[in-house]
Write a protein that binds this ligand. Structure first.
Ligand SMILES: Nc1nc2c(c(=O)[nH]1)N[C@H]1C(S)=C(S)[C@@H](COP(=O)(O)OP(=O)(O)OC[C@H]3O[C@@H](n4cnc5c(=O)[nH]c(N)nc54)[C@H](O)[C@@H]3O)O[C@H]1N2
Ligand SMILES: Nc1nc2c(c(=O)[nH]1)N[C@H]1C(S)=C(S)[C@@H](COP(=O)(O)OP(=O)(O)OC[C@H]3O[C@@H](n4cnc5c(=O)[nH]c(N)nc54)[C@H](O)[C@@H]3O)O[C@H]1N2
Ligand SMILES: [Mo]
Length: 746
């Protein structure tokens, strides 16, 4: 489209919480974003999806929070009064001081997530304020992929976020397996769907293993293998049985690059426990016919190179870490690690250069140094949690590991608030500060979170909308959006830096993260916070990357696409020259058997990957009451809870519980009926979508729909976490795919 003289064009980068980074071309007329296009620059283009293109309805939503709010009714009742910024800052500062004096800084929990992902405007700035005020209790782990992280640290010695190559590596694969990965819907990490489409056009064989016939199965794959949730490790181990018993493994690769193969082989062949892990053993566990397991294993071992791409969701289950460990080991014994067209496993996401370069540049400088509360209890267990290279990503604490035993696993925060020291937690908690996080909606067991929030003395929420979490705040700080501030962002695994250009002034009285943190720091009397402006930070970050030659040109173009001579393969150096480049772990090799895990002596975290029967699975006695397994997948038209209130996007697809016709029929449910989905943790009412695209015995409620309890406490909003639990997997993962439910017609 052409531009008129009264119109201005600004290039910016959309980096919402789907984790893709896309170029937006904004047309601005009279200070208002009038329409939005996407990348029209040179290849590779970073093309925005429907959410970025619909952003105007979010930016100018009548529901935007435009003034600081103070609670006037009961907590959660949703009654607030507008107050000035000065009063809001004063109230929060004096509460921080009061709680600090009365209980110590550990009583204050800070949790951040990733609303709009930028390197300046994120939760790190509040970390900086709280460090200056005496400290806070931080959280650890990532709800997305703690299982993948653990498996990656145990197997390779490095953080999973670092171990994905660029997506063009997929164009060199002979076979690709999308295992619990649906990149046709879940945006993120370097436009994988586009590359998969190209690979398929070039004749690469692509197979999807998923309980649902996903859009990726339908449009990108040659074959769909339906599987029961939470049983993937059994199928992977049975594939290893086919490979090892048929001598299809790459023994030369195993001898040179790995440790502990014999122990895994003995387990697989049944020499340890007398149970050979044959396809016939896996069939009744997984629901996948033995012949299918057998043929997939043979193909995977012989069509080389092959990329086994494991999504995060199968790792967000009971013992999900075993899934990612098994994927890494299968990739290893077939010689697919560190080679062109292969993949190392442990989560099919990650970060390429930009994010890794920026971590150290921004990290502790932004967060204001060590948190005094962290220092009180250094972490003693699992040595790999202390390794330095756990990538600090964005929002400060987002991926920070466990340097300290004062930190709480994110998923257990509600339990920690409810039980405190008596429950074995390091402190009693009185205050919660939330940034870029829709806590009530997005973490396990919503009703328990609500109970926990009612117990606290003070809650601060930085938000754009009055959502389920903001409703529980004592003070709400209205945050602006990325269209109203300058920032820098990066493209996941894509070799791409995005400049986030301020396009319009902040709507109403909303403020940026920087402005909020600076205002609060001033009230707390923290010196030196405001020593650097937004612009100073941006320039410092750009200089630190060493990739971007010219700040002004970067800013004007809105992006810097890093030229790469060839696709990037993870661990290429380790395989090409292992003596010079050992793996960053104690053995220097790929650890099929991990001595570090063995030393932990945790019976449910074995040193080799093993299938362990999950709780709330098909074998659980609870199936008598709640016979259906619940999935809570990521949704096309949302980034988690974000964009759920955008009318254009709501028209596209309805929030519903997807179920198989067999399960619907036996309950007298027809497509479109309103149904109640429930278990002991809660109940959700929403429409049913009846389709063969989901395997029998499994139902799916897409995560991120807004929690809206009625007077009897039944959620009418379709929020999946009313039904999920806050019990974590032994290695720390959020088990959002491990929950049994029943469905009935309302
Ligand atoms: N549009 C959009 N894109 C997004 C996001 C979003 O909210 N919206 N969120 C982003 C974020 S933060 C993340 S972490 C990623 C996460 O992305 P993922 O975790 O990969 O996404 P999910 O949709 O939960 O799951 C992927 C697939 O795994 C399947 N699955 C679930 N449980 C199991 C299981 O036990 N076994 C097997 N084999 N398959 C299973 C689901 O049916 C689904 O098709 O996506 C990112 N991209
Ligand atoms: N059942 C179930 N639950 C899940 C998942 C699942 O698969 N199943 N997936 C999990 C995963 S992978 C993730 S990553 C989490 C995501 O969980 P969250 O990070 O809590 O999800 P978002 O909806 O992205 O929440 C971000 C919030 O920040 C606000 N926001 C956006 N931009 C800004 C900004 O600039 N400033 C401020 N202050 N706020 C802003 C948004 O309005 C939004 O309310 O959910 C997890 N929860
Ligand atoms: Mo995530």
């Amino acid at each position: 489209m052409g531009t008129t003289s009264a119109e201005k064009v600004v290039y910016t980068t959309c980096r919402s919480h789907c984790n893709e980074a896309c170029v937006l071309k904004l047309h601005i007329r009279d200070g208002v974003v009038s329409h939005i296009e996407t990348d029209d620059g040179p290849e590779p283009q970073y093309l925005a999806c429907l959410k970025g293109r619909a952003y105007r309805q979010r930016l100018y939503s009548p529901e935007r929070l435009t003034s600081p709010l103070k609670r006037t009714g009961e907590r959660g009742e949703g009654k607030f009064a507008e107050i000035s910024w000065d009063e809001a800052f004063e109230t929060v500062a004096s509460e921080i001081k009061r709680i600090n004096r009365a209980y110590g800084p550990a009583a204050i929990i800070l949790m951040c997530s990733a609303g709009d992902i930028g390197w300046v405007h994120n939760g790190s700035l509040i970390e900086r304020v709280l460090v200056g005020a005496g400290g806070y209790t931080g959280v650890l782990g990532t709800v997305s992929a703690e299982g993948a992280f653990f498996a990656s640290m145990a197997t390779y010695g490095t953080d999973s976020i670092r171990i994905t190559g660029t997506r063009d590596n997929l164009l060199r694969s002979s076979m690709i397996i999308l295992w619990g990965w649906n990149p046709a819907v879940t945006r993120g990490y370097g436009q994988p769907a586009l590359h998969l489409l190209k690979a398929r056009q070039a004749g690469t064989r692509i197979v999807t293993v998923d309980p649902r016939y996903t859009d990726s199965a339908a449009t990108l794959s040659d074959q769909w293998v339906p599987i029961r949730p939470g049983t993937d490790t059994a199928m992977l181990i049975a594939m290893a049985y086919v490979i090892i018993s048929g001598s299809l493994q790459d023994q030369g690769f195993i001898d040179r690059f790995t440790t502990g193969f014999a122990s895994f082989r003995d387990y697989v062949l049944g020499k340890q426990d007398g149970i050979p892990k044959t396809p016939a053993w896996a069939e009744p566990i997984t629901g996948v016919p033995a012949a299918t397991i057998e043929s997939l294993a043979r193909e995977y071992a012989t069509l080389k190179p092959a990329a086994l791409m494991d999504g995060f969701a199968p790792g967000r289950t009971a013992y999900g870490e075993q899934f990612h460990r098994a994927v890494a080991v299968l990739s290893t014994i077939t010689g697919n690690v560190g080679v062109a067209g292969g993949n190392a496993g442990c989560g099919s996401t990650g970060a390429y250069l930009p994010r890794i370069h920026l971590g150290p540049v921004v990290g502790s400088r932004m967060t204001g140094g060590e948190n005094p509360v962290d220092r009180t209890r250094p972490r003693e267990d699992a040595v790999f949690y202390k390794r330095k290279d756990r990538t600090s990503v964005i929002g400060g604490d987002f991926y920070t590991g466990g340097p300290s035993n004062t930190r709480l696993n994110r998923v257990q925060v509600a339990d920690a608030i409810l039980n405190g020291r008596n429950g074995g937690y390091p402190a009693d908690y009185k205050m919660l500060y939330l940034v870029n996080l829709n806590y009530v909606n997005q973490y396990g067991n919503t009703n328990k979170i609500v109970q926990a929030l009612k117990k606290l003395e003070f809650i601060v929420v930085q938000e754009q909308f009055m959502n389920a979490t903001a409703r529980y705040a004592d003070i709400v700080f209205p945050n602006n959006t990325y269209m109203e501030r300058n920032d820098i962002t990066t493209g996941g695994v894509a070799p791409f830096y995005g400049f986030v250009n301020k396009a319009v002034d902040s709507v109403g009285g909303s403020k940026s993260h920087y402005e909020i943190a600076a205002g609060l720091a001033a009230k707390l009397g923290i010196k030196g916070f405001d020593g650097k402006t937004e612009e100073d930070w941006l320039k410092e970050i750009v200089a630190g990357t060493k990739d971007i030659p010219n700040y002004e040109a970067f800013r004007k173009q809105g992006s810097h696409k890093v030229p790469l001579p060839c696709p990037v393969v993870v661990f290429e150096d380790q395989i090409r020259d292992p003596l010079k480049n050992p793996f960053p772990n104690p053995s220097g090799k790929i650890q099929i058997y991990s001595q570090e895990i063995a030393d932990m002596q945790h019976t449910l975290i074995p040193p080799i990957p093993k299938y362990i029967e999950p709780w709330e699975g098909r074998q659980d006695a609870l199936t008598a009451k709640y016979p259906l397994q619940l999935l809570t997948t990521h949704f096309l038209r949302r980034a988690h809870t974000q964009y759920d209130n955008v009318p254009w996007l709501r028209e596209l697809c309805a929030q519903a519980v997807t179920m198989n016709p067999a399960d619907a029929r036996s309950r007298g449910i027809k497509d479109g009926d309103r149904v109640k989905v429930f278990n002991d943790r809660g109940a959700v009412v929403l429409p049913a979508s009846v389709t063969d695209r989901i395997t029998p015995g499994v139902v799916d409620i897409p995560e991120g729909s807004w929690f809206a309890p009625d007077a009897s406490g039944v959620d009418q909003g379709g929020c999946a976490n009313v039904l999920t639990s806050d019990v974590i997997s032994p290695a720390g993962a959020f088990c959002s795919s491990t929950a049994l439910v029943q469905v009935e017609k309302t």
